[in-house]
Design a protein around this ligand. Sequence first.
Ligand SMILES: O=C(O)CCC(=O)C(=O)O
Ligand SMILES: [Fe+2]
Length: 318
Amino acid sequence: MDRTATIPVIEFSGEDIKNGRSSSSPDQRWKALCSKVREACESHGCFLLMRYDKIPTSLCEDMLVGIKSLFDLPEETKTKYQNPKPYRSYQGKCPVVPLHESFGIDDATRLEAARDFTHLMWPQGNPAFCEILNMMSSKMLELSFMILEMIFESFDIEEKKYEALVRDSVSFLRVMKYKVPTSEDQNLGLVAHTDKNAITILCQNEVQGLEIVTKEGHWEQVVVPKDALVVIVGDALKAWSNGRLVAVKHRVVMKGEKERYSFGLFTVPKEGAMIEAARELVDNEHPLLYRPFKFADYFSYFVSNLSDDALEIYAGQA
Ligand SMILES: O=C(O)CCC(=O)C(=O)O
Ligand SMILES: [Fe+2]
C-alpha cells in the first residue's frame, strides 16, 4: 500500500476566523471557510488543518515530549492507570495490536482531571506536563467546537442546536505510542475503525502511519505535514447530519525505524445525550437514515460487538 491520499487541506488563518465568528454579519471569508469545512467532511470525512495559530507548534512539540516521557515510565507505573470505562485504562501489549500503547483521559480540560492523571504517573508531581495536557485539551476542544459551529452554520442550522450540542458534549483525550515493528507482517498499529464520537482532532510526531479508506475502497496513506492537525468525522456526527457527512474508516500502519507518537481529542456526546438527525437535513431527497438513539447505548453496543458497520446495524433505517 503506497498510495497517498489527497485529502482536503484547509488553512485557519487568524484573520478569517476573527472577522467571521460571533459577529452579527459574518463576512464572506468566514462563510467560505465554513463551506470548505463542510465540503471536506462531506467528500472525505476528514481534512488537514493548517495554520491554526491558537495551537502553536511549540505547544504540540511540548506535548509530544511529555507523552514520550509518559510512555518511558516503567510498565508497573503505567499499569496503575485503570478505569472500568472502555479505552481509558493503560493499554500495552494487546495481542491484536502489539505495537500500540495508549492512555485515555476524560475531561483533561479540567485542571483537576489532568492533575489526577499526572499525580498517579508521577507521584512527586509533574506540574509542567499537567499544564500542557490541560492547555492542549482545552484548545483542542475549543477548536472542535468551532469546527462543529462551522458545519452547523454552513448547513444553515439554527444556532440553538449548536449550543445544545456544545452543552451535551464532553472531551476525551487519547495519547498513543506506536512501537517500531520487528517484522513486515506485524506492522498494524491500530485496527481499521470509524471513530464513534462526533469529531476527533489528531496531532502526531513526524512519523507517518495514518491511513484512510477512499470512497473506492482503497487504503491510502495520509501524509501529515509538520504543523498540521487531522480532523476526522465520527459516527455521531454522521448520524446527526443524516449521513451527509462521512465517518471515514482509518487505521495506523507502522513502517520504518522510528516510534510514532500521537494524541487525539475526541468530542463525545455526554452520557444520556440523544443523537438525532437535524430536521433541516431530512427531506424527500434525503430520507431519514438513522433512528434517534442514545449515544451511550450505541457505544455500549459497539464495545460488545465491535462490528465494522456498527452504526448501520444499530441505528440504520434501511
Ligand atoms: O494515531 C493516530 O494517528 C490515529 C488514532 C486514532 O485513530 C484513534 O485513536 O481513534
Ligand atoms: Fe480513530
